[in-house]
Design a protein around this ligand. Structure first.
Ligand code: NOJ
Ligand code: CA
Length: 707
């Protein structure tokens, strides 16, 4: 372990106005020595600060918890003891960006007493080369037993008016476009940042969600998020925009409380990533490392998935999940559809699903998602009762038995869809049978969804109760060997390390918004810095027909991307579950470009971030698991991007053929998105490629060894 001297530390701290004496301050460094964490109890208040290469990351910041109906755990503390330790291991994820991950940190454990209330609280800090994690721990020792959190007051004091890529604080949705602004501008830009069709519960004019990416004037990249969110409510950040101090702000329950805990217990980790190189933000494993190892003994049933699906037809194409408009004739209590008339725009029908199965089989996709297969959709959004769906009864035109049999005969599986419509008790009531039905027909993955206000009413998507539900759905699914891809659930915090059947989730503004209101061309150059920090996203890329009016005259939708950028997303937006979201007939018009989607891997031995700047561009290269094949992707904002790409990551002793999918000279995300050129080239590790991404464009390259 590398320590800086205490006197050097005292100088840094004095410069930061941290008034503690040299003798009392506890401090540890990252294994490299670049990150230094200081912690102490000052006038009874636990405090910490962080520097990176002697630059201030977190100014002295307070730590504490406010309780409901009993004295707070904010002050009156005494430092009883501190313990420093180190840890270094390398572990293998079940799926991931890299075959191996090193988990190497130095740890400081502060043991605190609050003598007036006979309580104890510990604060554990872990300092890695890529950042810091800290959490509160409440031992079952002393007077604290069951307690209710009024709010957590973890401060993150910034050293200036940094640039931030942020979305508005909200207890129920993250489906926002990011705003890039200085911290001091958040208040003014807040109203404009909120999308009109989200069911937001805005709580503060300066409140934002995590993961929050920032950049300082002197070139530091700082990211604040959380790891291992279990049995606790999700953290937002509220900004004191005069002093640039963020403070944690937890999601309340229906009664306004923010957590019900019983000792022994602990909070999730609060994470601070830092580097002077933006690429390190993307390659960081801090959040995964702060999660517990895999809890399952047998993980052989967990497999990355590439899929197509009956989906874009409803999202963009004006078709419906429901079978009929004839709501009054359905007996909702018994979900009896025998006397209803179909409206004829229900793509989850036998013939259409077979078409997708054939397409999947022909082009090597693993699965076919079918949404709208089950009864209940006529009443799903405006539902007043909590039992819309039973997740078991197919519509009359979806033959669950025959379709699964047909799919399996072609080496393909159907992917299950469970839209819960936020009705949690209903879902839990049916869950065992619903998963059982999946086992019966050979489904091994479910896309679940939580659209709409929560039932029980007043609960929020990101509250403790719901967070427990999402994990319950995942662990129950594991008992059935089912993988879960949850939409509208809480943002991920690395739990996929512990529960790798949490194969993916949405929890951000995905491709579906291209058809509703459009995404900013820069959106996919921000998401890997923010939403993807906690785990993969089911972004559903692969749209080839950008002009939605061409196949849906009632739509005004336009996908803000070039076709080639859609290919690159399979590399830049890491996920072990990837959809090719467009219609089969749209792919059939561009089979040469579609080849990249067919070829690209979904699981990797190695990943390298070659160029990156939030909101501008990302260039990533990944080596497909168990092969010598590499795939490169570049996504650019509306400014486009030029690269001189050195292929020095290739094996020096091998020769390769590269297929380069590039935007044409005149390509543009708005006016000419489908203009591309494909070239083949022999390359080696010495090759440098000059490449250009159009505005809202990118490039994609597949590289395979030859001879
Ligand atoms: C919203 C999800 O994000 C989308 O993918 C899904 O199709 C709808 N809900 C219906 O469940
Ligand atoms: Ca969604």
């Amino acid at each position: 372990m590398k320590y800086i001297s205490l006197s050097a530390m005292a100088l840094v701290m004095a410069g930061m106005g941290f008034n503690f004496t040299e003798a009392r301050a506890e401090h540890i460094c990252s294994p490299s020595g670049d990150i230094v964490l200081n912690a102490d109890v000052i006038d009874g208040v636990p405090m910490y600060s962080v520097t990176y290469k002697d630059k201030v990351v977190i100014k002295p910041s307070k730590l504490g918890i406010e309780l409901s109906d009993c004295p707070d755990m904010m002050d009156g503390f005494k430092l009883v003891s501190s313990k420093i330790s180190s840890f270094d291991e390398t572990w293998e994820p079940v799926w991931g960006e890299n075959r191996e991950i090193r988990n190497h940190y130095n740890e400081l454990l502060l043991k605190l007493d609050q003598p007036t209330n006979y309580r104890k609280m510990d604060i554990r800090f872990r300092v890695y080369d890529d950042g810091v994690g800290l959490r509160y721990e409440f031992p079952q020792d002393g007077a604290l037993s069951y307690f209710v959190i009024k709010d957590e007051h973890t401060q993150f004091a910034m050293d200036g008016d940094h640039i931030a890529w942020w979305i508005a604080g909200d207890y129920d949705t993250q489906e926002y476009d990011y705003t890039e602004s200085h911290l001091s501008e958040i208040r003014d830009k807040m109203a404009a940042s909120i999308c009109s069709n989200a069911s937001q519960t805005q709580f503060s004019p300066t409140g934002v969600q995590t993961s929050l990416q920032m950049k300082t004037d002197d070139g530091l990249y700082i990211n604040i998020h959380e790891a291992a969110l279990v049995d606790y409510s999700c953290m937002h950040l509220n900004l004191d925009d005069k002093n640039f101090i963020f403070e944690s702000w937890l999601t309340p329950d229906a009664q306004g409380n923010k957590g019900h805990l019983q000792t022994p217990c602990h909070s999730p980790w609060r994470t601070i990533m830092v580097s002077d190189d933006a690429r390190d933000m993307l390659s960081s494993n801090l959040i995964l490392n702060l999660n517990d190892p895999c809890k399952y003994e047998d993980t052989s049933w967990i497999k990355p998935v590439k899929y197509v699906g009956v989906w874009w037809e409803m999202i963009a194409g004006g078709k419906h999940w429901s079978y009929t408009y004839d709501l009054p004739s359905i007996k909702l209590d018994s979900l009896d559809y025998t006397n209803t008339k179909p409206h004829g725009k229900h793509p989850a029908n036998n013939e259409n699903v077979k078409k997708y199965i054939d397409f999947a089989a022909e082009h090597g996709f693993d699965q076919v998602l079918v949404e709208g297969w089950n009864i209940g959709w006529e009443d799903w959004f405006g539902h007043s009762k909590d039992y819309v769906f039973d997740f078991q009864t197919p519509y009359p035109d979806f033959d669950i038995d025959k379709l699964n049999e047909y799919a399996h005969s072609k080496g393909v599986r159907l992917m299950m869809h469970h839209e819960t419509s936020g009705s949690i008790r209903n879902y839990e009531r049916h869950m065992e049978k619903a998963y059982g039905l999946m086992n019966k027909y050979g489904y091994n993955s479910v896309k679940s969804g939580y659209v709409g206000n929560m039932i029980p009413r007043g609960e929020h998507h990101y509250g403790q109760w719901l967070n427990n539900h999402y994990l319950y759905a995942v662990t129950e699914a594991a008992k059935h060997h089912i993988m879960v891809n949850a939409h509208e659930a809480v943002r991920p915090t690395g739990l996929c390390r512990t529960y790798p059947n949490l194969i993916c989730s949405e929890s951000a503004r995905g491709t579906e918004y291209e058809s509703f209101a459009g995404n900013k061309p820069s959106h996919t150059t921000v998401l890997p810095f923010t939403r993807l920090q906690g785990g993969p996203m089911d972004y559903t890329p692969g749209i080839f027909e950008m002009d939605i009016t061409k196949f849906n005259p009632d739509s005004k939708g336009h996908v803000n991307s070039t076709l080639v950028r859609q290919l690159a997303l399979y590399v830049t937006m890491y996920s072990p579950l990837q959809m090719a979201a467009d219609y089969p007939e749209h792919y059939e018009r561009f089979m040469d470009a579609f080849q990249f989607i067919k070829d690209v891997a979904v699981d990797w031995d190695q990943s390298k971030y070659i160029e990156a700047e939030p909101g501008r561009y990302i260039v990533a290269a990944r080596k497909a698991k168990g092969t010598d094949d590499w795939f490169v992707g570049c996504t650019a904002s509306e400014d486009g991007h030029a690269s001189e790409l050195a292929l020095d990551f290739l094996d020096k002793d091998k020769k390769y053929e590269a297929i380069i999918y590039a935007d044409a000279e005149d390509a543009h995300y708005k006016t000419n998105p489908q203009a591309y050129k494909i070239t083949k080239k022999r390359v080696t590790s010495k090759t440098k490629l000059k490449l250009k991404a159009a505005p809202g464009g990118g490039y994609a390259i597949s590289i395979k060894p030859v001879g």
